[in-house]
Design a binder for this molecule. Sequence first.
Ligand code: NAD
Length: 292
Amino acid sequence: MTELKKVGVVGAGQMGNGIAHVCALAGYEVAISDVSEESLQKATKTIEKNMVRQVSRELITQDEMTAAMGRISFSTQLSSFADVDLAIEAATEKEAVKVSIFDGLLEAVPKTAWLASNTSSISITRLASGTDRPERFIGLHFMNPVPVMQLIEVIRGLATDQETYEMALKFAERLNKTVANAEDFPAFIVNRVLMPMINEAVYTLYEGVGTVEGIDTAMKLGANHPMGPLQLADFIGLDTCLSIMQVLHDGLADTKYRPCPLLVKYVEAGWLGRKTGRGFYDYRGEAPVPTR
Ligand code: NAD
């Protein structure tokens, strides 16, 4: 099996920068690309800030940080993907966006490179079937924040071959992550369970059963969740939450997955959570303030 040396990451948002961070620390060369120059600049700063925090907590040394930062290249082009062994797509959760990224990747990466998607919910089999190498395509679903969270959900498409699966297991091991295998059905395991709970929390707010703070406090202290569901939704990104609910609703055709109209309204307003400064909480001041 080809040994992985270089990893390409498409999308430099919350997830892409985290994936680049852990890959570089594990010793891989990393190329990260995004259509937005602003996202790339933000990613550079975020990776640096998060590694500084790891140094201050003595989780890594200053030398390890310097070496890892030196292994990452940032670009709006895919030219630095010409020698990647694995390309991981971690862009916006929209199928059309992902399809066009994989079209571009086929031109940019070697014929033998593996392809992976970090999608939270979209069919791996369908994304793979649009490429020239469905057998070398796999779902690698990292959790947010990537440097902290232990899990990678690994999803094999119908055509994914054994070698590709074994590559994924070795890659996860090198990143010091634990794998959970999920079958390729809408939203896999984590989001099939988590997202209906978040959507229900938004319904609870929409119907006036509780306030933002009331709902989050109830679930933190009443169910021992480390974060309230609305706080978590803001952390994930409300656009991503809505896209996942739409995939569940369309893919399983069950009204129990109907996205809450209030979630739709927040996304329409561009209040996408932490990443845009406002969601169920307003993050623009010193401390988060509920927006309802
Ligand atoms: P994000 O909004 O923070 O970042 C998305 C990035 O993709 C942006 O920087 C955007 O400029 C870039 N992008 C959009 N179109 C592009 C294109 N054509 N080419 C290159 N870059 C493009 O989103 P995120 O939270 O990082 O989510 C990214 C992916 O990871 C999604 O598929 C999401 O479902 C998945 N995911 C998210 C979480 C989470 O908690 N946020 C967890 C696991 C997986």
